[in-house]
Design a protein around this ligand. Sequence first.
Ligand code: HQG
Length: 180
Amino acid sequence: MGELDSLSKEISYALRHAPWEYELEMDEEGWVPMAQLLDGLHREAKWVDIERADVEEMIAQSAKKRFEIKDERIRAFYGHSFPMKIQKEEKEPPAVLYHGTARRFVASIMENGLLPQQRQYVHLSQDLETAEIVGKRHDGKPCILVIDAKRAWEDGVKFYLGNEKVWLADVVLGKYIKQM
Ligand code: HQG
């Protein structure tokens, strides 16, 4: 793993899973002061020289859009797992969304719906290619599920914006899901 990938993993861990380990004060939208994040990272020998410019370079080089910097603050777009639920912007979804998953999870998903599991939200993909990449993390031959987001939205299911390729939802029932 390259240095920038390693930095992305570390910051994902800090902003999505364990902000307290880095003494971060996070607001309800997941923002933390950049200076606090850098201070937290500097306590580890590996990251003692890390500067804002390195974080910016990591974000620019990454294939996935995981973080956002605005003025003096940084946040993760999605993926959070700690108990304090991050408030996401509610938005009308595209008519169809996708979810790539393991074949072994499909029966349970069709019966119980897509559940957030360890995370705060269910993660959905804007396009097939993204769903394929997400699914491959769980299964070499992932199953792609097609979500009738239009019907779910019309029925009052809430969707939230992650980044332009990742959408979030609380739970998606099996009646809105078809296997490709
Ligand atoms: C499955 C990565 C059984 C669900 C990715 C998934 C994404 C069920 C797994 C982001 C279920 C959770 C999130 C049910 C859901 N029964 N299994 N009822 N409901 N599942 O990793 O969506 O690289 O928490 O299908 O690219 O795979 O970290 O979620 O397989 O955008 O930036 O439970 O994380 O982004 O797995 O991935 P995950 P995900 P990063």
